[in-house]
Design a protein around this ligand. Structure first.
Ligand SMILES: *Cc1c(COP(=O)(O)O)cnc(C)c1O
Length: 343
């Protein structure tokens, strides 16, 4: 099977298995796991922040970022098609009492004007605006890469208005590779940043939240609240260290394969690609005349031909390239689409 459902389906590399076998371990809740400590230091340096904390998931890293920058009743501004708004089970409201102000963001990022326009006046009728969240790469806009200047423009508003800026960087390393800049440059304008080791980097689990030393100190308490304090978790930190050392440059290959996939699908009758051309490792393809059920049925038939994909509502079908998608899988996927659309 060519599994293009997500870049989370990858298995650890041999080097990761070797590293986790050899990793020195300790109880990380006591701060005693040398492998976790090394990972947190390396990740903080790579992201250009003072400190970092390892978390089981990206969702938890984002949730902690919201908790450390708000009080109950505060408002956060974010994109209506962001992961935090759509796919984190309403955690900000359920856990932290934080009110969400979702805005459209056609170019994958909020504009400084859009943010400024909804910042609340100091008035007892209003919640306090405290936090802005951005995302890079932008998952539901097909892995769109947001230029650092666009994030910097929002950061300027946040600084002048005293707002915290968080970047959901689940695929931040993809953005860095696509922009041709170090990860720290992608994260430079923001106060806190999350990134996933389990997205494209082949780790079985694990994410990181980086920010100021004081934010990360508080994050340790919040992680405990969420039940995210783990013990000999060097077992997971060891593969993550391998991912940071060896996995980032390789993402370029996934981007090239995604471009090749787009090239093969573009000529299909009625096909609209988004984005076109792809900017990283995610591609949506939608067919004119097919509704949700039509796309669903196409995905089912792809499955019979050894290609797994996901439907994505009005966005059509989502295809994601990753370490376990080789050139041959891309060609097979293109052939399957052509065969099915000719039926
Ligand atoms: C996957 C993802 C997350 C959450 O990561 P999990 O590890 O699955 O909790 C957050 N943000 C974006 C943009 C993602 O794609």
């Amino acid at each position: 099977m060519a599994d293009l459902r997500s870049d989370t389906v990858t298995h650890p590399t041999e080097a990761m298995y070797e590293a986790l076998r050899a990793a020195p371990l300790g109880d990380d809740v006591f701060g005693d796991d040398p492998t976790v400590n090394a990972l947190e230091e390396e990740a903080a340096a790579l992201l250009g922040k003072e400190a970092a904390i390892f978390t089981p998931t990206g969702t938890m890293a984002n949730s902690i970022a919201i908790a450390v920058s708000t009080r109950p009743g505060d408002e956060m501004i974010l994109m209506e098609d962001s992961h935090i708004f759509l796919y984190e089970a309403g955690g900000s409201a359920r856990l932290w009492g934080v009110h969400a102000r979702p805005l459209p963001a056609a170019s994958g990022v909020l504009t400084p004007e859009a943010v400024r326009a909804v910042i609340r006046a100091d008035d007892p009728h209003h919640p306090r605006t405290r936090l802005v969240c951005l995302e890079n790469t932008h998952n539901m806009q097909g892995g769109r890469v947001v230029p650092t200047e666009a994030i910097e423009a929002v950061a300027e508003v946040c600084r002048s208005e005293g707002l915290h800026l968080h970047l959901d960087g689940a695929r931040l390393f993809h953005a860095a590779v696509a922009l041709g800049v170090p990860p720290a440059e992608v994260a430079r304008p923001v106060d806190t940043v999350s990134a996933c080791f389990s997205k494209g980097l082949s780790c079985p689990a694990g994410s990181i939240l980086a920010g100021s030393a004081s934010a990360i100190t508080e994050a340790r308490r919040v992680r405990k609240v969420l039940g995210g304090g783990m013990r000999q978790v060097g077992i997971l930190a060891a593969p993550a260290r391998v991912a940071l050392q060896r996995g980032i440059d390789r993402l370029r290959e996934d981007h090239l394969r995604c471009s090749r996939l787009a090239e093969g699908l573009r000529p299909l009758a009625g096909a609209t690609l988004n984005p076109d051309p792809p900017q990283s490792n995610i591609l949506f393809v939608r067919f004119e005349g097919l509704d949700g059920a039509g796309h669903e049925s196409l995905v089912e038939k792809l499955g019979e031909r050894g290609v797994r994909a996901l439907t994505a509502g009005h966005r059509g079908i989502r295809l994601v390239t990753h370490r376990q998608i080789a050139d041959g899988d891309v060609e097979r996927t293109i052939e399957a689409f052509h065969a099915l659309r000719a039926e």
